[in-house]
Design a protein around this ligand. Structure first.
Ligand SMILES: [Zn+2]
Ligand SMILES: [Zn+2]
Length: 132
């Protein structure tokens, strides 16, 4: 029984991870839940949240908060920047080189260890700009 429970749990987690891995839309938990439910109809939203939390703690995914009142998730954990459209809420990955030197620059102020930094750009995307 333990074994079966464990297998079921890891299967759910794998499914959630794969679903997130296949999109670059930085979805929230509800979006992931709707997708995963097609394959695993018995899964609950609470389970999705729990697994996202575990995946985050394992360093497999990142949790993003752009102050929208909902958290988004990203399966791409390498350092990268985001552009957030204030009109439609689209989040885009920005394929620009990250500035590794700015971690060094603040080290003396922090007087500790700097692992990473985040940089979020906010504005209006081209789709929203061209809308009539
Ligand atoms: Zn937009
Ligand atoms: Zn991203």
């Amino acid at each position: 029984m333990e074994q079966i429970q464990g297998t079921k749990r890891s299967k759910q987690r794998e499914r959630i991870f794969v679903t997130l891995r296949r999109t670059r839309s930085h979805p929230n938990a509800e979006w992931i839940y709707e997708r995963v439910r097609h394959d695993l109809p018995k899964i609950s939203l609470g389970t999705v949240y729990r697994n996202l939390h575990v995946l985050k703690n394992q360093g497999k995914i990142r949790e993003l908060d752009f102050g929208e009142g909902t958290r988004r998730y990203d399966a791409f954990t390498h350092d990268h920047y985001h552009f957030i459209c204030e009109e439609c809420g689209t989040v885009k990955d920005l394929e620009v080189p990250t500035q590794t030197d700015i971690n060094e620059r603040v080290k003396t102020i922090v007087q500790g260890v700097v692992h990473s930094h985040r940089l979020d750009y906010f504005g209006v995307c081209s789709d929203c700009l061209n809308k009539v």
